[in-house]
Design a protein around this ligand. Structure first.
Ligand SMILES: Nc1ncnc2c1ncn2[C@@H]1O[C@H](COP(=O)(O)OP(=O)(O)OP(=O)(O)O)[C@@H](O)[C@H]1O
Ligand SMILES: [Mg+2]
Length: 207
């Protein structure tokens, strides 16, 4: 049984707390602290489906099964770290940081378009896309990488998009249009984020 002490807490989302795995610095353990098990069930079902058919996992934090802990059952995932070993920041952390955003906006936009294209190519379905569910991994240069760390899955009653590339791609494109709208609505007062969003919208259309 793993002991997840408070000093191992990395971040907290709306539903889960994310802890550094006590025995592996490249993994994290997620504990549900709010809401039921439905989202966990859906996410893990989709990971099982991807395990059968996805060869290229480059943009996804992989799932490594469930473990018992002092805080209850935990789900183990890759923990995404930058080149300097610090835990990678989410896209929303970059957006909300006026010093970092200008330095990384081009890199983040390029990486988001690349991730969207990877998703289209491999028909990877998600729930709503949110900037706090992407992390941007910094490498030695300004060409970082985007990873999706949460919200993989498909909630449709008949999940045709998980199996049909045609319908799947249409749905992925719709999710990205909604992502743009979310950025516009979530940060209405920030000029730098609005111009980021505008540039991303263009890059997604042309890229
Ligand atoms: N694999 C990971 N690598 C790096 N950081 C992570 C990873 N997984 C989660 N985090 C950090 O922990 C936070 C919360 O994790 P997660 O998004 O899984 O929780 P959640 O409660 O399901 O989120 P939401 O609020 O979107 O429902 C993330 O926003 C991110 O800051
Ligand atoms: Mg999240």
């Amino acid at each position: 049984m793993l002991n997840l002490s408070p000093d191992l807490l990395i971040a907290r989302g709306y539903h889960r707390e994310c802890y550094q795995h006590p025995e592996d610095k490249d993994r994290c353990v997620k504990i549900v602290v709010h809401g039921g098990t439905e989202e966990t069930r859906r996410e893990q079902a989709y990971y099982r489906l991807l395990e059968k058919r996805l060869g290229d996992w480059r943009g996804i934090a992989r799932f490594h099964g469930n473990v018992d802990s002092n805080l209850g059952s935990g789900a183990v995932f890759d923990l995404i770290r930058d080149q300097d070993n610090s835990v990678s920041r989410t896209v929303s952390q970059y957006l909300e940081n006026p010093e970092l955003l200008p330095l990384h906006r081009e890199g983040i936009i390029r990486a988001l378009v690349k991730f969207r294209n990877y998703q289209l190519k491999n028909n990877i379905q998600t729930m709503s896309l949110k900037p706090w569910n992407f992390v941007y991994q910094l490498n030695h240069d300004t060409r970082g990488k985007i990873y999706l760390i949460d919200s993989l899955g498909n909630a449709d009653f008949i999940p045709i998009c998980s199996f049909s590339v045609f319908f799947g791609q249409r749905k992925i494109r719709r999710k990205w249009l909604k992502f743009i709208r979310l950025l516009e609505q979530h940060y209405p007062g920030s000029d730098s984020i609005q111009s980021f969003t505008c540039q991303l919208k263009t890059a997604l259309t042309t890229g």
